[in-house]
Design a protein around this ligand. Structure first.
Ligand SMILES: [Mg+2]
Length: 399
């Protein structure tokens, strides 16, 4: 790779330059970001990656990162600093927020194996399609999709961290487009919430998920089925009766139903959700506080609402093993769940490192791409068999 290396300290510059050369990279070194920047702006040379110190006298690393974002640099970025780990992590996160492709952050002195690990991260970008790149649906588009019955539910498994047993699935809504492609919730939930369509949408999801839950039970698969509900669904006092009636009609016990509640905005009348959720809980429907730690899914909700499950947001799970701040927040969330007698679920388990971290954490359930992606209902039984085959390996390592 061709790497642009920037550090105001000549000694570090020479040392890192030599380490990178030893790994087979071509290095162009600068002591000042202000001198390096025009090379990138002129766009005459190709750099696969930029490695940049944070504390520099003229233009510091954070300002440089802002310029990288401005000129749309698409190569990898490695931040290097002798500062404390939190500044390095914050800067890394900031660079990611700018949309830059961050390979990693390294503390000085840089150990050769850490350097190699970070440089090995260079891989094809956009490996995972990000649906959020597209614009949200308009009300008319969403209306039409619902009317034309183009809602499709996919199911993402949850497993016990301790035993590996498959405990349930989360129902995730998708809209099938005319050309066969799928639209993901990040493009239509906000539209639905803002235009009073969320009730229609939620009910369509229940209408698909409950009969499916029954089919699994009949096939001998005892799965909890979770449905996402918005706070906007909880403004109708008849909602508990609706849920009970639909579950009875499908022949699904209320104890195997979980409602994952996301609060993307504050409720207009906070008493309504309290009334509705309390009654659902009395009927033994499971209640999960979703995306805990983000938005309005906070301690106030924990205090006020009768949740029996806490889903730690993926943002505090994935990579928590490598990030002391994430790890602290993650562990505090688990601790709260435990003390409140709630089941804990970690979402965003994306790689082997996340899984090993969870195995040692005492978290109850796990969900994420490392375990399974959301899949059509028809694929779940087959996946359960594949999972059983993977289990000995997954449970053997770790703790
Ligand atoms: Mg959810």
């Amino acid at each position: 790779m061709r790497i642009l290396l920037i550090d105001d300290d000549p000694f570090t510059l020479k040392l890192l330059g030599r380490q990178l050369s030893n790994l087979g990279h071509m290095v162009v070194a600068h002591e000042q970001a202000g001198e390096a920047l025009p090379r990138l702006e002129r766009n005459e040379e190709v750099f696969d990656a930029v490695m940049c110190d944070l504390r520099m006298p003229e233009m510091d690393g954070i300002e440089f990162v802002r310029h990288l974002a401005r000129i749309g640099f698409t190569g990898g970025l490695v931040l290097v600093s002798g500062e404390d780990a939190r500044i390095l992590q914050t800067s890394e996160r900031l660079a990611r927020e700018h949309g830059l492709y961050v390979l990693g952050a390294l503390r000085k002195p840089v150990a050769p194996d850490a350097l190699q690990r970070v440089m090995d991260q260079q891989r094809p970008r956009h490996a995972r399609p990000r649906a959020s790149a597209s614009a949200p649906l308009t009300t008319a588009e969403l209306d039409r999709a619902i009317a034309e019955d183009r809602l499709e539910c996919h199911y993402q498994p949850k497993v016990s961290v301790n035993s590996g047993a498959v405990t349930g699935v989360e129902t995730l809504a998708r809209l099938r487009q005319a050309d066969g492609t799928l639209i993901y919730p990040d493009r239509f939930i906000t539209t639905a919430e803002e235009h009073g369509l969320i009730n229609t949408l939620t009910r369509a999801v229940f209408a698909a998920a409950l009969p499916q839950a029954r089919l699994w039970r009949d096939a001998g698969l005892d799965l909890h089925v979770a449905v996402n509900v918005s706070m906007d669904d909880l403004d109708d006092l008849a909602f508990p009766e609706y849920v009970v009636r639909e579950a009875e009609r499908a022949g699904v016990p209320l104890t195997s139903l979980v409602l994952e509640v996301t609060e993307s905005r504050l409720s207009k009348n906070p008493l309504l959700p309290l009334d509705i959720l309390s009654r659902l809980r009395l009927k033994q429907v499971g209640l999960s506080i979703d995306d805990f730690g983000t938005g309005y899914s906070t301690m106030t909700q924990l205090r006020d609402l009768p949740f029996n499950e806490l889903k730690v947001d993926r943002g505090f799970v994935h990579s928590a093993c490598r990030d002391a701040s994430l790890c602290a927040i993650f562990e505090a969330s688990l601790g709260m769940a435990r003390q409140l007698g709630m089941r804990s679920v970690s979402e965003g388990v994306e790689d082997a490192a996340d899984w090993l971290f969870l195995r040692a954490s005492g978290c109850d359930l796990a969900q994420g791409y490392y375990i399974a992606r959301p899949m059509p209902a028809a694929e779940v039984a087959n996946w359960v068999e594949l999972w059983a085959a993977r289990l000995p390996e997954l449970m053997g390592s770790g703790t």
